[in-house]
Design a protein around this ligand. Structure first.
Ligand SMILES: Cc1ncc(COP(=O)(O)O)c(C=O)c1O
Ligand SMILES: N[C@@H](CCOP(=O)(O)O)C(=O)O
Length: 484
């Protein structure tokens, strides 16, 4: 499989070639030149496979430069019940992403696809554990070293650091928005003392951190000199690994591939739902993909109106679902590339307009009408909605959900269709946002033993301005360049 940039001006490359590089040289994001198609018969044949073997069926369509034996071994090592059993009974840990039906509402079933049982209790572990193993594999084969520069609003950082700590030849420099994550999220990251992990708390919001990652990656000389890679969903490896659980969710929810399901996805950087879009493009029978935002509702505004208006940092609100406090969704570019018929020049023009004028308006263009064929819908949720949903789900179903999943359920309930099961992606465990859970329910969230005293541990973090040059200096001061 060859990969092309959404900006149309980079050479096509293979999976292993783009894995370590992250952003394409022209500033775009990589996508496969075509989406492999999965037939209904194939889908039915995949029923009952273990998660690792299902992952093999899907990933082998994309990573044809990794030999079968190696890819299977990597997947079997990654997707084990031991790794994905945090916070729940071991008996359904075999499914890796078990489906928990809540009940029947408005003539259809609504369920939670549990994605947060990995080492850091958020859905990011689903892809990040694999990425850690893939990096190790690729680096062993190339003999190179990798310095990962990442941005987090709270969960990517922890998941990446837990996946990469102690890995040979890999350093992680993680930018986080100072004071804007939950105390649990900060403690999870900042308490790591491993010498290959560097936490940098940026005076700004997540979008500032992500802009720095892109600016540093676009400095080609620095990127080559310090071998900079990324673990954000900028990296295709992250997105493709997230495609797997849409297939798993579908197979767990249905008996035959004649059936359709819808997914509601708590959304911020558009990576998770972009993986759903790719699963649907591959032929997975998805009726609708519903993007649920919090008060930072750029994506909801776009899907309702056709106007994309990225908010400035100062306009980005600090909410009680802080991991979705994002106003410039990176992966949205991948969807726009598909929408404009894989036209790199046009995508580059539109995102130049985002940089220069703050957005674009397709409401009067034919592509806005054509967008219906992709099955997207959307909605937004507020702090009060979140509290109400957490209380209601606890009372009605005796299930405690985190603030992001609550946003998803609130929006899912506005889009239920009779006889089309609705799966809401559960993206984090409640303990990560325990302050809001206490406010909503008046009792604490369960905490896995491994994290009982996490907030008491000493923390190691450096404060830094929202300035790409400062980040480059920090990296240069801490790791050797390829020339030294
Ligand atoms: C708990 C949680 N929910 C939802 C999201 C949004 O996912 P995405 O950024 O892939 O849209 C994130 C962050 O990405 C998250 O950490
Ligand atoms: N919500 C994420 C930020 C988006 O990250 P990505 O790695 O999925 O692009 C976080 O919690 O850090």
């Amino acid at each position: 499989m060859r990969y092309q940039s959404t900006r149309g001006n980079s050479p096509q490359q293979s999976f292993l070639e783009i894995l370590l590089g992250g952003l394409a040289p022209d500033g775009g994001l990589y996508l496969p030149v075509e989406y492999p198609q999965v037939t209904k018969a194939q889908l039915d044949a995949w029923r009952g496979l273990s998660y690792a073997d299902l992952a093999y069926e899907i990933l082998s369509l994309y990573c044809d430069d990794i030999p079968e034996h190696d890819l299977r071994a990597l997947l079997r090592k990654t997707y084990t019940a031991q790794v994905y059993c945090n916070g729940r009974a071991k008996d359904d840990a075999q499914d890796i992403t078990p489906l928990h039906w809540l009940g029947e509402e408005q003539g259809t079933r609504i369920g939670l696809l549990s994605l947060s049982n990995g080492p850091t209790l958020a859905f990011k572990d689903m892809a990040m554990q694999l990425l850690g193993n893939l990096f190790e594999y690729a680096l062993q084969h190339s003999g190179q070293k990798l310095n990962i520069l990442g941005a987090t609003s709270g969960d990517t950082g922890g998941a990446a650091e837990y996946a990469m700590r102690g890995k040979d030849g890999v350093n992680v420099f993680m930018l986080s928005p100072r004071g804007k994550m939950s105390p649990f999220q900060s403690a999870q990251m900042y308490s790591l003392q491993d010498p290959n992990i560097f936490n940098l708390a940026v005076a700004g919001v997540f979008d500032d951190c992500q802009d720095i990652v892109k600016a540093v990656s676009n400095d080609h000389a620095f990127k080559a000199q310090y071998r900079i890679g990324t673990v954000n969903s900028i990296n295709w490896g992250r997105v493709v690994a997230q495609v797997i659980y849409y297939f798993q969710g579908y197979l767990l929810a249905t008996k035959s591939s004649a059936e359709k399901v819808s997914f509601t996805v708590p959304s911020g950087n558009f990576g998770n739902i972009c993986a759903g879009h790719i699963a649907r493009m591959m032929g997975l029978p998805i009726a609708h993909l519903i993007a649920a935002t919090n008060e930072n509702d750029v994506l909801d505004e776009f899907f309702r109106t056709g106007v994309y208006r990225a908010r400035k940092s100062a306009e980005t609100l600090h909410t009680s679902s802080p991991s979705m406090d994002i106003s410039k969704a990176s992966n949205f570019e991948r969807f726009i590339f598909d929408l404009v018929g894989k036209d790199g020049k046009e995508t580059a023009r539109m995102f130049k307009q985002v940089d220069e004028l703050g957005g674009f308006d397709i409401s009067k263009e034919s592509i806005f009408k054509e967008m219906a064929q992709y099955g997207f819908q959307s909605g937004r949720s507020t702090h009060q909605d979140r509290l109400d949903t957490i209380r209601n789900i606890d009372k009605q179903y005796q299930v405690m959900v985190d603030t992001h999943t609550a946003d998803g359920i609130k929006v899912a309930r506005e889009h239920l269709q009779p006889d089309i099961p609705m799966l809401v992606l559960e993206t984090a465990l409640p303990i990560k946002f325990e302050e809001t859970i206490e406010i909503a329910l008046g009792r604490p969230a369960d905490c896995p033993i491994a994290f009982k005293d996490i907030k008491l541990k000493p923390q190691r973090v450096e404060n830094i301005d929202a300035d790409a040059d400062q980040v480059k200096h920090f990296i240069a001061a801490h790791v050797p360049s390829v020339h030294s």
